[in-house]
Design a protein around this ligand. Sequence first.
Ligand code: JEW
Length: 237
Amino acid sequence: MRIDVITIFPQYLEPLSLSLVGKAIGRGEVELHIHDLRDYTHDRHRTVDDTPFGGGPGMVMKAQPWGEAIDEILGSVQTPGAGSPVLVVPTPSGVPFDQKTAASFAESQWLIIACGRYEGIDSRVFEYYGQQIDVLEVSIGDYVLAGGEAAALVIAEATIRLIPGVLGNVESAVDDSFAPDREGGALEGPVFTKPQSWRGLEVPDVLLSGDHGAIAKWRADESIRRTSQRRPDLSSS
Ligand code: JEW
């Protein structure tokens, strides 16, 4: 998979070179390109924003540098079999990004993530590229960030860990809360490891019993209890 990220804060994306994503890059499973939007300006102040038509507070990102950046990236396809990219745009007004979205991105060979700042990007950029490629404006949750960079980290990590072979333990990918194959999306229950006793707190006896049926039932019960307590929106009853 190839991922291009366009941002005015290229260093913000450096964590992508670490950990899970970094290993996938190191093994050649992911090709990551970070682009500085200001490299696509032509004035001495490297201007990326302007005042909003119609008035109102704040500034809006100009279409011009976005158009030149995306044009160059689209034209630089030296990735064989990369096919057509998906232009992913984090925004508080997007469709919810969830595990299903991540799974569909993981099947894509090429993502371009456009990180806005200020009050967002001139909407004609999405209208224009929507005529040639898939454009998806996504929200990672109902809170307002200062820009798209933190959302891009979230989207990239959630996507890359679903690429076959990227996660060390393939089974733990399907057992997760919110895994798309888990109908209804119940939450995971609590987990424990050694030692059996820690600061006077014990691991539940059933987990030491060796009774796999009883363990599965206990975990299912804990999962239901936790889901109804914490996420009534996901609860079936
Ligand atoms: C998010 C990108 C870029 C995503 C989620 N756009 C916009 C905007 C902003 C503040 C107020 C109103 C609109 C700031 N902002 C972003 C916010 C993504 C940008 C600029 C974002 N929350 N916030 N899920």
